[in-house]
Design a protein around this ligand. Sequence first.
Ligand SMILES: Cc1cc2nc3c(=O)[nH]c(=O)nc-3n(C[C@H](O)[C@H](O)[C@H](O)COP(=O)(O)OP(=O)(O)OC[C@H]3O[C@@H](n4cnc5c(N)ncnc54)[C@H](O)[C@@H]3O)c2cc1C
Length: 332
Amino acid sequence: MFDEAARSDLEQAAGKPGTARAGMARLTTIGCGGGAAFLLEADSPEQLAAILEVAARFSLDRFVLGLGSNLLVADSGWDGLVIKLSGKLKDCHASVPGEVKNRQESKKRQESKNRQEAGGGQIECGGGASLPRAATTAVDAGLSGLEPLAGIPGTIGGAVAMNAGAWGTSIAELIRRVEISLPGEVRTLEREQLNFSYRQAELPEGSVVSRVVLDLNTGDPEEIRAAAAEIRRRRAETQPTGERSCGSVFRNPETGSSAGELLDRAGCKGLKHGAAAVSQTHANFIINEGGCSAADVIRLMDECRRRVHEKFGVILEPEVKFLGNISLKPLT
Ligand SMILES: Cc1cc2nc3c(=O)[nH]c(=O)nc-3n(C[C@H](O)[C@H](O)[C@H](O)COP(=O)(O)OP(=O)(O)OC[C@H]3O[C@@H](n4cnc5c(N)ncnc54)[C@H](O)[C@@H]3O)c2cc1C
């Protein structure tokens, strides 16, 4: 496990010290759970590949963390290596036909028109860049397509792994290619190789998404900005965006009503356990009212699943990822 030799090789691969017994609550949007045995940050795809190679050599359990926005960490923590993307892996930049830096206002409209005539553009982001940042980069460059995902509080890498989506769009539709890091290797995959489906991508086992290229359409920056603002407004009306949560806790069933509708009709809104509560705004969100534990969240998830199963005969499966010793009660 994490003996001195493993730590020293990991830190050498990362080019900087790691953190032992790293608190995970502050690294997740719901803000609960215990610590991880060791946390390391990587600044480049090559560093990631080197870290993964050391982890494989020492047979370490490892987990790649985005912004922890769809994650529940066990109260007892996790005895493994957590890898976080930082530095250049959080950058985003746009490439559009005819782009000129430091343009004057009078030129902006003409360039926007030129781009519309020239076709689409792309943005390239490190896997650790946040979706809101990627969306701002796109809007500033007059590129549209990312607006529906602009308010999702995760990273681009996490969005690829989860095939994040909203308002009828998922990130899969926008992807041109991704770069992944594997033990000792960096590889590029085209979108077709990822076999995207509802809230999942078929990434090679143990890989980390280190860079993503998205194909977007050109458009008028003001119109794109207005569309993004409107989607954010609708999101704030329908989701508990101002509160601590871990996103949707259950996946939508393959057919029929959404998980949120089933939970609502099963009377789950407002249920509480400890300091965890089912949101009154959206029944598929559990919120931390202040100092909740992962056990509180799990107890609520168990109760919600039980009610939906009893009323509709539907078994809801978790969408939120679990890290550490966490499991739901089997339904009988
Ligand atoms: C208020 C709120 C609203 C949300 N709304 C939506 C929504 O509308 N639609 C939606 O789809 N989701 C939504 N989510 C959930 C969440 O934001 C997404 O699933 C997001 O894509 C997760 O990204 P993350 O970086 O936070 O990943 P994390 O939560 O940190 O990790 C999730 C999974 O992705 C993996 N992962 C993370 N980064 C990488 C990487 N670089 N390479 C490989 N694997 C990686 C992790 O190992 C883990 O398995 C919402 C969450 C919240 C809190």
